[in-house]
Ligand binder design. Structure first.
Ligand SMILES: Cc1ncc(COP(=O)(O)O)c(C=O)c1O
Length: 461
């Protein structure tokens, strides 16, 4: 449904709650200003209602979690049924039955579907933890501590995930406490090519650019040099970068990484926490390239709204972990929480249906076409796959125009649009709506955006 706004934004009740947070929450967590935030009360489908009764249209799926729609009955029903029976169990001692069902479902939907044997899982409470479980696996499997990661990468904010993260904003304040096992290499962003080439060309209808091989050769040389100089156990990579600004690599990038990993006996860890579960128009983004990872990290849409994530790897690799002798080496109090497991089992089944994938693809096509129709000298690039789309905003000289993205988010909120910015400079409008987004809702978005592009830049000089 289209937005319906009855109060100033934020409304009086949101302002009151912001006051409470200002007093009781650590300052760095929630951005509080005269314009932000609204406090959510309920959500359904593509809509969110705030505590002041205003209705918003969500183009973020709340950080790419609610692809199936907010409060989707697909996950709400099993959640409520499970809540009526069992809220919590003893994850690594006496687990809930549904934990076993979820581990099986994760194997079926990944490695078994790819005809690559069985997948074995470590369940986690956040994406960051799933990444760290993968990094621990890499060390146990190879005995080598080194990890190759990419500029612009976002894998979460725990200290392990942070050491493999390529966004200075998150790393820099904590650099002195980070262990130094990571080696950063450039991510092949075609819009801001690390080799200084012009944008890679895209085939009609193809989300992936396919430039000449210069940048891949350069990146490959840097990776091989790192492997020669350091003890490297794995390469960790997002098939399309999310928080880094919806950056789509050239089509041959993942294939190249797979080839290097095979030749050098290094594990390929794909972080599909953002891209997984139809977000890019395939069940998993690696399926665009026919690349099978050694380990895949999943989260976000895995449950559609519960803090549960997973590190799933090929069984022979995951068996590098020793059998439990009664004390798990990697676990947590809430591991395999039955509520999250019940939601995830149902979400996986829904995401596996052809209809869900078709709906995600169709929504992505419509949104990308509409965003591509926006006209402004401040739009540098429109990119992405499926419903994971970014519009990069630039000034006349091509420099990032983060202020414009910020102003659009504020103005959009006032008119009922929930939008997010991303990229190292905050200048990429990032879209990841629920798959059921309608034509009218997309038209509302682009109508407003076009007006903002015409009105806002001159106010920001
Ligand atoms: C690709 C990717 N990996 C990992 C994470 C971290 O997940 P979490 O915030 O659940 O720790 C995110 C979160 O945005 C992500 O986009």
């Amino acid at each position: 449904m289209l937005p319906e706004i009855h109060t100033a934004i934020p409304g009086p009740r949101s302002r009151e709650l912001a006051g409470k947070l200002a007093k009781y929450e650590v300052r760095e967590v929630t951005f509080l200003s005269d314009d932000f935030p609204i406090f959510w009360e309920r959500a359904e489908g593509t809509n969110v209602w705030d505590v002041d009764g205003n209705r918003f249209l969500d183009f973020t799926s709340a950080f790419a979690v609610s692809g199936l729609g907010h409060s989707s009955p697909v996950v709400r029903k099993p959640l409520l049924e499970q809540a009526g029976k069992l809220l919590h169990a003893m994850g690594d001692v006496h687990p809930a039955g549904v934990k076993a069902d979820l581990c099986e479902a994760l194997s079926r939907v990944t490695f078994e579907r790819w005809n690559a044997g069985t997948g074995k899982t470590i369940l986690c409470n956040s994406g960051s933890e799933a990444v760290e479980a993968a990094l621990k696996t890499s060390l146990l499997h190879s005995g080598k501590p080194g990890v190759i990661y990419f500029s612009g990468a976002y894998h979460g904010l725990g200290y392990g995930a942070l050491e493999a993260g390529g966004l200075p904003y998150f790393r820099d304040p904590f650099r002195s406490q980070l262990a130094k096992w990571g080696v950063q290499v450039p991510y092949p962003s075609c819009y801001r090519c690390p080799c200084g080439r012009k944008e890679g060309f895209r085939l009609e209808g193809e989300p992936f650019p396919n430039c000449a091989t210069t940048c891949l050769e350069e990146i490959s040389a840097q990776i091989l040099a790192a492997i020669r100089q350091r003890e490297i156990g794995c390469i960790i990579v997002e098939p399309i970068q999310g928080r880094g600004g919806e950056v789509v690599p050239p089509r041959d990038f993942l294939t190249m990484l797979r080839r290097i990993c095979d030749a050098e006996k290094v594990l390929l860890v794909l972080d599909e926490i953002y891209t997984g579960f139809n977000r890019t128009g395939k069940l998993f983004a690696c399926e665009h390239f026919d690349v099978i990872p050694d380990i895949i990290c999943l989260g976000k849409a895995l449950t559609g709204g519960f803090p549960l994530a997973a590190c799933v790897g090929r069984a022979d690799i995951m068996d590098a972990w020793p059998a439990s002798q009664g004390e798990a080496l990697h676990t947590s109090t809430m591991l395999g929480n039955p509520l999250g497991c019940a939601m995830a089992v149902a979400a996986i089944a829904e995401h596996s249906k052809n209809e869900t994938q078709a709906q995600a693809q169709e929504a992505g096509r419509r949104l990308k076409t509409a965003l591509g129709g926006l006209r402004s000298p401040f739009i540098g690039d429109v990119r992405g796959a499926g419903t994971m789309l970014g519009v990069e905003l630039v000034k006349g000289d091509g420099a990032p125009f983060g202020k414009l993205a910020g102003a659009i988010m504020v103005r959009g909120l006032q008119e009922g649009l929930i939008l997010l910015g991303g990229g190292p400079d905050g200048n990429v409008l990032s879209f990841s709506p629920p798959f059921a987004i309608s034509d009218a809702e997309v038209a509302y978005l682009t109508g407003k955006l076009q007006a903002y592009f015409e009105q806002l830049p001159q106010t920001l000089a």
